[in-house]
Design a protein around this ligand. Structure first.
Ligand code: HEC
Length: 167
């Protein structure tokens, strides 16, 4: 085989390998995080949500909240949720994440409550995965948490979301 031929073939192989890895890493980014408390916490830390995500449209940091979530609240949404809220879709799509930081009246972080929409996870209650964390990441509740669902069911028509209208 000619030397030039070998070079061309190797270049093709290299190109193929590179595009394969680029493609693989792209699909990985789109891959959803598991509906599981620890995995979701890791994901939120890596995503650096408090810096990189936007707050719920129209809400600023430490707005007054209602029981049981704390006197002051800061609510972040990921891109998927944000787009649907802005476009008044009526529902939040698969992959939506809402992170609510719950503060005491003297602005101390008391807990984080999270809703994560996972298609097929819990069709009876809006397919939400629920989690409550202490500030250090310790899981206080996770899964199809009856307490969360029962109260949020009062806004079932708004996709179990209480912070603002989705339509
Ligand atoms: C007694 C009723 C009640 C219970 C129980 C409850 N919530 Fe909420 N939740 C609310 C209300 C009311 C809001 C809106 C808060 C506000 O803006 O003042 C809210 C807001 C939220 C939000 C922001 C998105 C949204 O739906 O508006 C998340 C996330 C959330 N709750 C998670 C949880 C989790 C997780 C649990 C269980 C560990 C839970 N909640 C239990 C009443 C409740």
């Amino acid at each position: 085989m000619k030397k030039s031929m070998v070079v061309v073939i190797s270049l093709f192989c290299l190109l193929f390998a590179v595009s394969f890895f680029v493609l693989a890493s792209c699909t990985q980014e789109k891959m959803a995080v598991k509906a599981e408390g620890a995995a979701l916490w890791d994901y939120l830390k890596k995503a650096d949500y408090a810096k990189k995500w936007e707050m719920w449209p129209g809400k600023s940091a430490l707005y007054p909240g209602k029981e049981p979530h704390g006197a002051l609240l800061t609510t972040y949404v990921n891109k998927t949720a944000l787009a649907a809220i802005k476009e008044k879709k009526g529902m939040l799509p698969d992959g939506s994440i809402i992170v609510k930081e719950n503060y005491t009246p003297d602005k101390k972080l008391a807990a984080l409550t999270v809703m994560y929409k996972v298609k097929g996870y819990n069709p009876q209650a809006g397919d939400w995965f629920w989690a409550k964390y202490l500030p250090d990441g310790k899981i206080a509740a996770e899964g199809k948490v009856a307490g969360c669902i029962q109260c949020h069911a009062s806004v079932k028509a708004n996709d179990y979301v209480a912070t603002g209208p989705l339509k």
